[in-house]
Design a protein around this ligand. Structure first.
Ligand SMILES: Cc1ncc(COP(=O)(O)O)c(C=O)c1O
Length: 400
């Protein structure tokens, strides 16, 4: 028998990944994947960038690079993060292989078996898996429409103060809840964490994906709010603003934390791809990102609106959902007592898929929600997809 490590035994396979095999069937209408639609990738821009690069830069791109990141990208990314008010100079930046690696590195350097990681409920499955793989105990704190519920967070922090080493939050365009924290909630969270011996992992993978320019101010990161009552590990990503295939993310944190992460990263992948770091650097330096964002924001906004309209039109009574201001997701609450897996089982043969709520539950049990992604789905298929899911819900309701 294969004698797997305790940490491997503790890993949860991602239902998102398992579902992907179904989701890539071209006939299935998929609300499952949280990846940008490939029609939207800046391929022509990257072609142009690469063609015009000097040979020496291209050669560098094929080479190993420093573990901390390709120096020109560290510089251009620093400027980009400074423009968001982030305290880059007082901290250190490291480029990671996707922001999921940043989360994993923090988990690796912080968590011993039995330590507690406090997360939101629901929570990004990648973070759940990362924390679990180091045998941490996860404590989920519920959210409302304005973010994590402060009183509940206080209770969790008080109850687990000995064992809790980190708190993981996604204040902007939460995956899967679609929520953005309001200003008051941001302040409350920071105040609450004051004087406690924990670090805050702020996951900001969707920071730039607000729909309306007027909401931009709402996305100001906690790490940019001036006071830092706790060490904040700020994680970001090129996945949603350039392409997930680049596998590039970053971590901005104290020098001490980044130094430890760098040591841990050395034995993982030595460095993130120099080739894609070179491309990302040019994308930033040539100031192509703002234009690209202006192109994709209205498309995502329109897709989201179409999905909301379809939900309004077809969902039976008792189904509820949020209205996102950005990001990729709508979090749909099923009628009382209904199980999302039952709905999925009916929806797949009818031709639509989504991700069931328990995927995002730190305990892996609560299953009364569905996550619908609108980022990948062409608008003309949305209505049909929602009709199928509504029919599946009605079939479960009727016990058919
Ligand atoms: C909230 C959140 N954080 C992090 C990630 C990881 O992104 P990546 O590793 O591609 O940078 C994702 C991906 O979907 C996400 O939704």
């Amino acid at each position: 028998m294969l004698r797997l490590s305790k940490s491997a035994q503790n890993m949860r396979t991602s239902e998102i990944r398992d579902l992907m095999s179904v989701a890539i069937d071209p006939d299935i209408i998929s609300f499952a994947g949280g990846m940008p639609n490939q029609d939207l990738f800046p391929i022509a821009e990257v072609d142009e960038i690469y063609q015009h690069l000097p040979l020496k830069t291209k050669q560098e791109g094929f080479q190993y690079g420093p573990t901390g990141g390709y120096p020109p990208l560290l510089e251009s990314l620093s400027r980009f993060l400074e423009s968001k008010g982030l305290p880059v100079k007082d901290n250190q930046l490291i480029i990671t292989t996707g922001s999921l690696q940043a989360i994993n590195l923090i988990a690796k350097i912080m968590l011993d078996p039995g330590d507690v990681a406090i997360t939101e409920t629901p929570c990004f499955i990648g973070a759940i898996s990362a924390f679990k793989s180091y045998q941490a105990e996860l404590v989920g704190v519920p959210m409302d429409a304005d973010g994590v519920i402060a009183g509940k967070l206080r209770q969790a922090l008080d109850a687990y103060q000995e064992r809790c080493k980190l708190v993981y939050l996604t204040p902007n365009f939460h995956n899967p809840a679609g929520t953005i924290y309001n200003r008051e909630r941001r302040r409350e969270v920071l105040t609450l964490l004051q004087g406690r011996n924990v670090i805050l992992v702020e996951d900001d993978a969707y920071n730039d994906l607000y729909f309306d320019e007027s909401d931009r101010d709402l996305t100001r990161p906690l790490k940019a709010m001036g006071t830092e009552p706790v060490p904040i590990c700020y994680c970001g990503s090129f996945s949603k603003i350039f392409g997930p295939g680049m596998r590039l993310g970053w971590l901005l944190a104290s020098k001490e934390i980044v130094r430890q992460c760098e040591v841990a990263k050395q034995s993982m992948d030595a460095c993130s791809s120099t080739f894609t770091q070179m491309l990302a650097n040019e994308f930033l330096v040539q100031d192509r990102l703002p234009e690209y964002l202006q192109h994709i924001r209205p498309i995502y906004k329109r897709r989201c609106e179409r999905l909301l309209e379809s939900l309004q039109k077809f969902m039976p009574a008792g189904v509820a959902w949020n209205r996102p201001k950005g990001g990729f997701y709508i979090w749909v609450k099923l009628p009382e007592g209904m199980d999302a897996t039952e709905v999925l089982k009916k929806a797949i043969p009818l031709g639509a898929v989504f991700v069931v709520g328990k995927t995002f539950d730190p305990n892996g049990t609560a299953n009364d929600h569905l996550r619908l992604s609108f980022c990948h789905m062409p608008e003309d298929k949305m209505e049909k997809g929602v009709q199928i899911i509504a029919a599946a819900i009605q079939a479960v309701q009727a016990g058919r």
